[in-house]
Ligand binder design. Structure first.
Ligand code: FAD
Length: 614
C-alpha cells in the first residue's frame, strides 16, 4: 500500500542549509558512489530543506576563521592541533574523532579554497592564518597561527561558496519549509523521513527518505544574551528528543567572552587575536593574572569566567548607554591596534561597534560581556555521521539517520570548543555524512529513488495526520486579542530563566530554580500557545510556536544533564562542585526526554587527561 500523503521519495533528505547541510549535499554528489550511480544511469534524488533561505543560515555570520595546520605562516603539525583540541575540550573529547578532525583539516580547507572560498592571503599568495585562543605549537609550548580567514567574514565566504557549488550540482532546495517532525519506526532503529511545513503554501508534506541528515545548527536562543541569530532554536535536537532519541553532553554551552554589551552580538575572537586586550574598571589587563602565558587568548570558558569573577568582585563596568545599569561588563581595548590594520583585518567588528554601540574602537573602550555562543553537545553521531542510541553498553545506530554540524555531537569539542574548530567540524563531518549516505545508496542502486518500506510509510502517514490536526487546532484557536500570550514572550522568559539558572556559573539551587519554571509554567504556556492570525500561509507565528516548544523541550534536557553532572569541566562551572572529577565524571552524558542521563565512556586513544593550564 502506498501511503496517501507521500508526495515524494528521496534517497537523502538534508534538513538545514548551513555549512554542515550544504557540505553533506556536496559530499554526496561529489562521492565516488554518487558518480557510479550516475554512470549506471541512476540519478540520485537529494533534497535540502531549510526554514531559511539557505544564504541566511547562521554559518554566514561566522567571523574569525577555520582551523587547520596548514603551516602557511609558522611551523605547524596536525598532531599539535589534535592535542590542543583534546586539551581545550577538557579531555571530554573522543580522541578518535578529534584525530580525524585535525588530520583532515588541511584537506578540508584546501577543498574549500578549490571550491572558490576567497581566503585572505600572505604577500607570497598563501592562505593567511591568524592566532586563535587555545591553538598552540609543540603541544602547548607557544601560540600558533592556525585559523585560516577571510578578513572577518569567513562564514559568509564559505556559505556562499558551498551554496553556489550545490546550485552547480543541481541540488533540489525546499526553502522556507519548516521541519516539524522526525519520523522513526517504533523501535527507534530505522528512520522513515520527516514532516515539513511549507510556509509559503501553508501545507504539510510527508517526505519519505531512505536517509535523513539533520543539520539544523545550534541553540543559542536558549539564553537571553547570545551571539546566535533568531533561528537558532535547537530544532534538530528537539526533533531528536521528541522522536525518543538522546542528546550527548548537552549541558556544555560555550559562552564567548566578547559579546557587545546588551546586544550579545559577537565581537570575534580575532579582535583579541589582532591585539585587543580586556580591561577591568581599574584599567587593569586582568587576563594575564588568570591565564599566564595565554592571557587574552586563553580558552573561551576561562576568559568568560574571568570576566564574571571581575564583575562579581565589583571591578565591572556598566554599558555607557545605560550608565545606571548593572556593572556586568568589562572593556575590550582595541586602541593599541593600528587603525588602518584594524579596518582591513576586522571590518565586521569595527562596523558592529560603530553601528550598535556608537563607539569608535580606534579610540574608545568597548563594553563586552559573555554571550551564549555554541552548543558543544547535540545529537550523538559516529565519525560517519550515523545517529546512534546508547543503551548503557553499546552504540546502536539508527538505520538511515545522520546528523552533522552544530546540532550534532561527534565529540570533537568535548566540554569546550576551540575557536575555528566548528566551521571545520561542520564542513568536514558534513562531507563525511554525505559520503556515507551516498555509499549506502550506492550499495543498493536498484532501490535508489524507489519507495521506502511500506511500514515506514505508514509511520510517516500517521505523523502527518497528527501534525495536520495540530495545525488545524492552532489555527482554529487563533486568538485575535493582542494581549494574549505569544511565542516571543515565552521564548524571552525562557531565555531569561536559563540565563539566571545556568549561564557561565551555576549550582544545584540555581538549576533547581530554573527547572521549576521551565518544567512548570513555561512548558504549560508553550503547550497553550495560539497564533493571533488564522492564516495558513506566511504565518510566522506558527513556526515561532514550534520553535518555542522546541526550546522548552531542549531546555528541560539541558537542565537535567547539568543537574546530573557533579563536577566542573570546560564550559560548565558548578560552584557546588568546583573541581574536575575524572574518577567519576570522565564520561559523556546521554540524555533522553524525561529520563536521567546514561553515561558513555570517553574514547581515549593516546592522550591521558592532564592539567589544563589556560
Ligand atoms: C556570530 C558567530 C560567529 C562565529 N564564528 C565562527 C568562526 O569564526 N569560526 C568557527 O569555526 N565557528 C564560528 N561560529 C560557529 C559556526 O559558525 C557554527 O557552529 C556553524 O556555522 C554551524 O553550521 P551548521 O551548518 O551546523 O548550522 P547553521 O549554519 O546554523 O544552519 C542551520 C540550518 O538549519 C536550518 N533549520 C534549522 N531548523 C530547521 C527546521 N526546523 N526546519 C528546516 N530547516 C531548519 C536553517 O534554516 C539553516 O539553514 C560562529 C557562530 C556565530 C553565531
Amino acid at each position: 500500500m502506498t501511503p496517501k500523503h507521500i508526495e515524494e521519495q528521496y534517497d537523502a533528505v538534508i534538513v538545514g542549509a548551513g555549512a554542515a547541510g550544504l557540505s553533506a549535499a556536496l559530499g554526496f554528489h561529489r562521492s565516488d558512489a554518487a558518480r557510479a550511480l550516475r554512470d549506471a544511469g541512476v540519478e540520485p534524488k537529494v533534497l535540502v530543506i531549510s526554514k531559511l533561505q539557505p544564504l541566511r543560515s547562521h554559518t554566514g555570520s561566522a567571523e574569525g576563521g577555520i582551523a587547520a595546520s596548514l603551516a602557511d605562516m609558522e611551523p605547524d603539525d596536525w598532531r599539535w592541533h589534535y592535542y590542543d583540541t583534546v586539551k581545550g575540550g577538557d579531555w571530554l573529547v573522543d580522541q578518535d574523532a578529534a584525530r580525524l578532525l585535525a588530520e583532515d583539516a588541511p584537506m578540508t580547507v584546501i577543498n574549500l579554497e578549490r571550491s572558490g572560498v576567497a581566503f585572505s592571503r600572505t604577500d607570497d599568495g598563501r592562505i593567511a592564518q591568524r592566532r586563535f585562543g587555545g591553538h598552540t605549537a609543540d603541544f602547548g609550548a607557544q601560540p600558533v597561527k592556525r585559523a585560516a580567514y577571510s578578513a572577518d567574514r569567513i562564514g559568509h565566504q564559505i556559505l556562499h561558496t558551498l551554496w553556489q557549488q550545490c546550485v552547480h550540482y543541481g541540488v533540489d532546495f525546499a526553502d522556507e519549509w519548516y521541519v516539524t517532525d522526525l519520523v522513526l519506526d517504533e523501535t527507534l532503529t530505522r528512520a522513515a523521513g520527516v514532516i515539513a511545513f511549507d510556509t509559503h503554501a501553508g501545507v504539510t508534506h510527508a517526505i519519505a527518505a531512505r536517509n535523513t541528515i539533520l543539520a539544523t545548527g545550534g541553540a543559542g536562543r536558549l539564553f537571553h544574551t547570545t551571539s546566535n541569530s533568531h533561528d537558532l532554536t535547537g530544532d534538530g535536537m528537539a526533533l531528536a528528543l521528541d522522536a525518543g532519541l538522546q542528546l550527548e553532553d548537552i549541558e556544555f554551552v560555550q559562552f564567548h567572552p566578547t559579546g557587545l554589551a546588551h546586544t550579545g552580538i559577537l565581537l570575534s575572537e580575532a579582535s583579541r587575536g589582532e591585539g585587543g586586550v580586556l580591561r577591568n574598571a581599574d584599567g587593569e589587563a586582568f587576563m594575564a593574572s588568570y591565564a599566564p602565558g595565554h592571557a587574552d587568548l586563553a580558552a573561551r570558558d576561562v576568559v568568560s569566567r574571568a570576566i564574571r569573577s571581575e564583575t562579581d568582585a565589583g571591578r565591572g563596568v556598566a554599558d555607557p548607554r545605560d550608565p545606571d545599569g548593572a556593572k556586568d561588563c568589562v572593556w575590550l581595548d582595541m586602541t593599541g591596534i593600528d587603525p588602518e590594520h584594524m579596518r582591513r583585518a576586522l571590518p565586521q567588528v569595527v562596523e558592529t561597534i560603530e553601528d550598535y554601540a556608537g563607539l569608535d574602537p580606534t579610540k574608545d573602550l568597548v563594553p563586552v560581556k559573555p554571550t551564549a555562543h555554541y552548543t558543544m553537545g547535540g545529537i550523538p553521531v559516529t565519525t560517519d555521521g550515523e545517529v546512534y542510541v546508547w543503551d548503557g553498553a553499546d552504540r546502536n545506530v539508527v538505520e538511515g539517520l545522520y546528523a552533522a554540524g552544530e546540532c550534532s555531537c561527534v565529540s570533537v569539542h568535548g566540554a569546550n570548543r576551540l575557536g575555528g574548530n566548528s566551521l571545520l567540524d561542520a564542513c568536514l563531518f558534513g562531507t563525511r555524512a554525505g559520503q556515507a549516505v551516498a555509499e549506502r545508496v550506492g550499495q543498493d542502486p536498484v532501490a535508489a529513488g524507489t519507495p521506502a518500506d511500506p511500514a515506514l510509510g505508514e509511520a510517516l502517514d500517521a505523523a502527518k495526520t497528527a501534525r495536520d490536526a495540530d495545525i488545524d487546532a492552532l489555527l482554529a484557536g487563533a486568538a485575535k486579542d493582542a494581549d494574549g500570550d505569544n511565542a516571543y514572550r515565552v521564548m524571552a522568559d525562557l531565555s531569561e530563566t536559563m540565563e539566571r539558572g545556568v549561564a557561565v556559573l551555576c549550582d544545584a539551587g540555581s538549576i533547581a530554580q530554573a527547572q521549576v519554571v521551565v518544567d512548570g509554567p513555561l512548558a504549560e504556556r508553550a503547550r497553550r500557545l495560539r497564533p493571533h492570525s488564522d492564516a495558513r500561509t506566511f504565518n510566522q507565528e506558527l513556526t515561532a510556536i514550534w520553535e518555542a516548544r522546541h526550546l522548552v523541550r531542549l531546555a528541560e534536557a539541558v537542565l537535567a544533564a547539568t543537574d546530573a553532572r557533579h563536577e566542573s569541566r570546560g564550559s560548565l562551572k558548578r560552584t557546588d562542585f568546583p573541581e574536575r572529577d575524572d574518577a567519576t565524571c570522565l564520561n559523556h552524558s546521554m540524555t533522553a526526554a524525561g529520563a536521567a542521563p546514561l553515561r558513555q565512556p570517553v574514547h581515549i586513544v593516546d592522550i591521558e587527561p592532564g592539567a589544563r593550564s589556560y
